[in-house]
Design a protein around this ligand. Sequence first.
Ligand SMILES: [Mg+2]
Length: 279
Amino acid sequence: MSDPWQECMDYCVEVTKKAGKMICEALQKDISVVQKSSPVDLVTETDQKVEQLIISSIKDKYPTHSFIGEESVAAGAPSILTDNPTWIIDPIDGTTNFVHRFPIVSVSIGFSVKKEIEFGIVYSCIEDKLYTARKGKGAFCNGVPIEVSRQEDIRHSLVLTEMGFKSDPEQFKTMLDNIHTILTIPVHGIRCPGSAAVNMCLVACGSADAYYHIGIHCWDMAGGAAVVTEAGGVIVDISGGPFDLMSRRLIVASSRAIAERIAKAITEFHVGRDDTDGE
Ligand SMILES: [Mg+2]
């Protein structure tokens, strides 16, 4: 039987490459920055332009499909996952990196049907690395199959997370305490590359062994979740329970043992969900 979503995936690759090109071109010019929800939540004209390019290109071809895009949601569009084929889009994952020309910036697109992710594309456009994964068919970087490290021992692992200023002092302290707890297990080290989607792909190709994060969004996770799952990785909720795309938190790991060890080590804090209003 033919794959009903392969054509969407092929088209997505084309659109993603165009979006990446747009980002690389914008990096050659002046970047003007606007604050979103807080002084550390940034958006640029390029985020909005790239999202418009992606959504309009896909809408032209698939007018009945649904969209959850970071900048559309920021502008008031709903962020609710239904059973309808849905494109979950982060036009620039790593906007702070983009603003500073720190060279880890990606376009991330996940495609879900009946709330299941069917494929994911993450394009780390400055590195020119295109990660692709179709459910049940493996994960690839620039067409070459990738797989996780299979590391089982957290003491031999490199762990990724992200950290930044948080206006809630309690959350800020918990985030820093979690980093302290993980470092003192001890692990080989912690890295914060600045793009959730790329972090997941780094675990997918064995360059890191785990990634955890509280406070991200579905558009940061959807594309990378497909890539890391198809690369043989484990993806769970921060509690160690089943992963929930709308929950704003996750642990990704090269093995269940490492995922469970991280779940045990870190303390949760409340960040609300993507599919409910407010906190
Ligand atoms: Mg973004």
